[in-house]
Design a protein around this ligand. Structure first.
Ligand code: SF4
Length: 335
């Protein structure tokens, strides 16, 4: 609750008054993406990730807490449930059971997925995830060669990871299943020294879908992009995304790797209760009114939308997935 108190103390009178006496926004009806960090342990040390810098306690979410969260959010209109935070989900001994539980309880339209570095992805593990009902597996392998792999991912096992990845489509074919979709992405960051086209040609035979992104700062975790100045608009995440850390803390978003902006813990409150609370509602209002100076973590974030990008398109009524893609393309071009 660190930021909460600081934030409350700094809140402008108008915002506090509105939220105390006005109607609270039931954001649970709007959230479409939900992130549950099942673990924040990682066996890699990738150059684009703030893992090494992270000081918060490391751990793995217990199954009871995971079930509580799923049981509370299963009726929301969530389209994408990611079991990823800062960490490698395959280090969670209960990841298969968690996928299975989520798949059973969430609506069938909701995609259950997680990101992985694939270093622990044995054939047996992959088959157990297929049986559990995983919809999409997002694999991070941002290079095509042994030398770069160590530099980028901090671990010298390119050949093993490639072996783990290259048979996934074959395994699915032999079992006659379409899921999980194997998606891989290219990161456009200085350390890669490779073009997206070379990367794509190399990995394309082993993936079903490309999901490229660009390196970002994780708030103050890295320094890849300039923080926009002047008139800025919300990144949009607080209005479509919920994020819970392994210990049950409800935080602002996935950029908050250190868990600084925490609004409550789901061990002693419901997710909805926390999202309707004054601190959470204040955060939403700050984003709506673009008073980012009241919220330091966002004020210093490269994901705010600069005025020149925002004016290019009217995005209000476009579904979030398409909106997300459009903003990605625009930001890519302007980075
Ligand atoms: S501005 Fe940055 S820290 Fe704030 S909600 Fe958006 S992505 Fe998260």
């Amino acid at each position: 609750m660190k930021l909460t108190e600081e934030q409350l103390a700094n809140l402008e009178e108008g915002i506090r008054f509105d939220i105390n006496y006005g109607e609270r926004r039931d954001i649970t009806k709007e959230i479409r993406i939900f992130l549950i960090e099942t673990t924040n342990y990682c066996n890699f040390n990738c150059c684009f990730c703030p893992y090494e810098k992270m000081k918060r306690k490391k751990g793995t979410m217990d199954f009871k807490l995971f079930k509580k969260i799923i049981d509370e959010i299963k009726e929301w209109n969530i389209e994408d449930l990611s079991l990823t935070g800062i960490g490698e989900p395959l280090l969670d001994p209960k990841i298969t059971e968690k996928v299975k539980y989520a798949r059973e309880k969430m609506p069938k339209e909701c995609i259950i997925e997680f990101n992985t570095n694939a270093s622990l992805l044995t054939k047996e593990k992959f088959i157990s995830l297929i049986e559990a009902g995983l919809d999409e597996l997002r694999i991070s392998a941002f290079t095509t060669n042994y030398e770069n792999y160590k530099k980028i991912h901090g671990f010298n096992n390119f050949n093993k990871v490639k072996d783990n990845i290259k048979n996934l489509k074959e395994i699915k074919k032999s079992l006659g299943v379409k899921n999980p979709i194997i998606s891989m992405g290219f990161f456009n960051f200085p350390e890669s020294q490779e073009t997206r086209n070379d990367w794509f040609r190399y990995w394309q035979p082993y993936m079903d879908k490309e999901d490229s992104w660009e390196a970002h700062n994780f708030s103050d975790g890295k320094n890849y992009k300039q923080v926009p100045k002047g008139k800025r608009f919300s990144c949009g995440r607080p209005f479509i995304m919920g994020d819970i850390l392994w210990n049950g803390d409800v935080c602002i978003c996935c950029a908050d790797y250190e868990g600084k902006a925490v609004y409550g813990n789901v061990r002693n409150k419901s997710v909805k209760e926390i999202m309707l609370s004054l601190p959470y509602q204040s955060m939403l209002k700050i984003h709506k009114e673009r008073k980012f100076e009241l919220l330091p973590i966002c004020d210093n974030c490269d994901q705010l939308i600069p005025n020149n990008l925002r004016n290019k398109i009217t995005i209000k009524r476009i579904p979030y997935k398409i909106r997300h893609q459009i903003l990605k393309i625009l930001k890519w071009k302007h980075s």
